[in-house]
Structure formats: structure tokens, C-alpha cells
Design a protein around this ligand. Structure first.
Ligand code: URA
Length: 195
């Protein structure tokens, strides 16, 4: 690990917690910077915090998070050994009924520098995108249904797009997600062999 990486990440998390770059800062309970070691070799990037994440200040702790935990267990990866974050760090809330909603493009744009700084500090060897929003951040124009499970190199980064775990809550067959997540260890082993 770079000697100051942990300190830099802690400092960055504090800045994210105080962020007012978009109106979501006025409706959130707390920002959700991300969690995991500053020297994590694998970074998982989801969409945005939901209600539970907003309440706890931690990513993926609601229903999708429980599923992510199961899927990580399948791959043999420990949650505390990977870094987990989202494209958008504050919960997007529907103004009419207070439910979770997808982030707007201007919210994604306002948050982008935070993810860039997380990547610069952690320098993960593998980035796993969960769902369309994270995929679009790294590989604009690609469709998750077409490219999930395939490895891409872009801007010196290795990216593995996967379905978002919440897709199973909306009907995606579990086997597809299981197969996707098994790819994480396979791809990580392949990268290891090449270096
Ligand atoms: N879905 C996400 O994309 N991120 C979370 O943190 C929780 C649910």
C-alpha cells in the first residue's frame, strides 16, 4: 500500500460526508462514501445508496446488500477484503413518495470526482461494476445484459461488468448472478497470473 493511502482515504471519506455538490445533500440522512481497505485489490461499484444505506452510512446493507454478501461468499471473497462503493454517494429519493429512485445524470456528474479520487488512492487491480450505472461510468454505451461476465481494459483499468444483485429481487435468475460472481475469482486469478 502507498504509505499514506489509508490516511488519504479517511480524509476523502470525510470530504464526501460533508459534500454539498448536488441537491441530494439536502435530502439524505448521511452520505455513504464506501468501505473497505485502502489497499483492496478489488473494488465493487454499485449505483447509489438506498434507504438502509442512507440510515447507516454504509454501502450495500439493505436487501441488495444481503444478496451481495451471499454472492461474495460464493466467490470465496471476504467483504472486509474488498472495497465497496457507489457511483453516487447520497441517496436519490423520489420527491412524491420518498422511495428510492435512480440517480439523475447531473447527480452522477456531480459525484464523479469522488469515485475518481477513490480509484486514484486505492488503485484496485480489478473493478467490478454492479448494474448499468456503474457500467456506464467506466464503459459508456455498453449494455449490462450483453457484456456481463466479460473482461474489459479501459484507461489502464481492468473492468468486469456484472448484473446488479438487486436484479435478482426483480426476477433475474439466481444462477445468472451466481455465474457472474464466480467470474470475479476467475478473472482475478487470470490477472494474477499475467503479472
Ligand atoms: N444498491 C446500490 O447500488 N448500492 C447500495 O449501496 C445499495 C443498494
Amino acid at each position: 500500500m502507498q504509505p499514506n493511502a489509508r490516511r488519504a482515504l479517511t480524509h476523502l471519506h470525510k470530504e464526501i460526508l460533508a459534500c454539498t455538490r448536488c441537491p441530494l445533500s439536502r435530502t439524505r440522512v448521511t452520505a455513504v462514501p464506501g468501505e473497505g481497505p485502502a489497499d483492496a485489490e478489488i473494488m465493487f461499484v454499485g449505483e447509489a445508496p438506498g434507504r438502509q444505506e442512507d440510515a447507516e452510512g454504509r454501502p450495500f446493507v439493505g436487501a441488495a446488500g444481503r444478496l451481495l454478501g451471499e454472492l461474495l461468499a460464493l466467490t470465496g471473497l471476504r467483504r472486509d477484503r474488498v472495497y465497496i462503493t457507489n457511483v453516487v454517494k447520497s441517496r436519490p429519493t423520489d420527491r412524491t413518495d420518498g422511495s428510492n429512485r435512480a440517480p439523475h445524470p447531473e447527480e452522477v456528474a456531480a459525484c464523479a470526482p469522488w469515485l475518481d479520487q477513490q480509484l486514484a488512492i486505492i488503485q484496485p487491480r480489478l473493478i467490478v461494476t454492479l448494474g448499468a450505472y456503474a457500467l456506464n461510468t467506466f464503459l459508456p454505451g455498453k449494455k449490462v445484459s450483453k457484456v456481463h461476465g466479460r473482461v474489459f481494459r479501459s484507461n489502464g483499468r481492468t473492468i468486469l461488468p456484472l448484473f446488479h444483485p438487486a436484479a435478482a429481487l426483480y426476477g433475474l435468475r439466481r444462477e445468472i448472478l451466481h455465474r457472474d460472481f464466480r467470474r470475479v475469482q476467475e478473472v482475478f486469478a487470470e490477472i494474477g497470473l499475467r503479472q
